[in-house]
Design a protein around this ligand. Structure first.
Ligand SMILES: [Zn+2]
Ligand SMILES: [Zn+2]
Length: 354
């Protein structure tokens, strides 16, 4: 039996979904089913039980990177994000299927908001069932995020609230990290936030580790090519001026402040270094004192696309050496490890505004 979480909102497993889609008078009567399982296809559900197939009629299909689709910086273009269909007897149930595996590396974050909106819409007109396979990790993560956003609850409080209703609710550790990020971003997924950028880098690093080809679609646009960084004569706009990092030799913009991925100086192994202790608490160090900047991968970093673990980063305009990249990480002079690392040596760049 599905668990009632809030008025008109239920939490369940694959059996509950089968009942919701096949019984002629299920209790409760569901108008909306959110399926978060490995495959978006209805056959994933029908294969789990004997009997005739479940009729469906597709309403909408969203693929990452297509026109009109929201930006999903950590998902490859062409990836199926979700399908909305009418399903069940008389096509009475609106089902949204979000393909997602229950592994720590899966990108829940980029799928989260449409799920929460679907629940909101569904609760306006009827009963909503959120289910995955076992009703433990994936559906629990969605419900927890929903409680966080709709009731402005912290991750801990939302998880506690769900566990009171269903003890089995237990998002995997990777999902928990992402839900924490969701909380820190103010209960929304802001792809321009530094927190999200760090998350994207982590996802990229994992893809690299798993031997997936890294291509430049995952890289941020080259700030040196954007119109705003051109001759900078026409900066009369009200837009805030941005800090830009230019190649010291040829003055080409190679990064802007939005590209910088911050790190906590002194964090990591060297915190326990004797020298460092002598100089006081390592966290008192400021990132300004670091001799390097770490940025997200940018489209001008063409050697990164070749698939090497590490390499040099050079100015795409004049060829001057700017820094290094290493998927396995680089240690900043402050002691912190940044992984993966796209490092720009500060002495090779000038700081200006654009
Ligand atoms: Zn240059
Ligand atoms: Zn540092």
């Amino acid at each position: 039996m599905p668990h009632l979480v809030r008025e008109r909102l239920y939490f369940g497993d694959i059996k509950d979904a089968i009942a919701a889609l096949t019984e002629s008078s299920p209790t409760p009567h569901f108008t909306h089913v959110l399926s978060v399982v490995s495959s978006a296809s209805i056959s994933f559900i029908t294969d789990c039980r004997p009997g005739p197939s479940i009729p469906t009629e597709e309403v909408r299909r969203v693929v990452a990177g297509e026109k009109g689709a929201p930006p999903t910086a950590a998902v490859a273009p062409g990836t199926l994000m979700r399908v909305v269909e009418r399903a069940g007897q008389g096509l009475r149930v609106t089902r949204m299927a979000v393909p997602l595996r229950d592994t720590e590396e899966e990108d829940l974050l980029d799928r989260l908001e449409p799920c929460l909106d679907f629940i909101d819409e569904g609760r306006k007109v009827g009963n909503v069932l959120v289910h995955c396979f076992a009703g433990v990790s994936r559906s629990a993560s969605i419900i927890v995020a929903y409680l966080m956003r709709s009731e402005q609850k912290s991750l801990e409080d939302a998880l506690e609230a769900l566990k009171e209703i269903s003890e089995s609710a237990c998002p995997n550790d990777g999902f928990l990290d992402q839900l924490k990020l969701f909380e820190e971003m103010g209960f929304k997924v802001d792809t321009s936030s530094p927190l999200y950028k760090k998350f994207r880098l982590k996802v990229l690093g994992q893809s690299y580790k798993f031997g997936e080809k890294i291509s430049s679609y995952m890289f941020e646009d080259d700030p040196g090519l954007s119109p705003q960084s051109g001759s900078c004569q026409d900066s009369s706009k009200v837009e805030q001026r941005k800090t830009a990092y230019r190649c010291r030799k040829c003055r080409r913009v190679i990064a802007v402040e939005d590209n910088v991925v911050s790190h906590v100086p002194g964090e990591g192994e060297s915190c326990f270094d004797w020298n460092r202790r002598k100089s006081g608490h390592p966290y008192n160090n400021k990132e300004q004192d670091c001799s390097s900047l770490f940025v997200e991968p940018l489209k001008w970093m063409t050697p990164v696309e070749d698939g090497a673990l590490e390499g040099k980063l050079s100015c795409i305009h004049c060829g001057a050496r700017l820094g290094y990249f290493n998927w396995a990480g680089i240690q900043c002079n402050c002691g912190s490890w940044v992984t993966p690392a796209f490092q720009i040596v500060k002495s090779k760049v000038d700081i200006s505004t654009i």
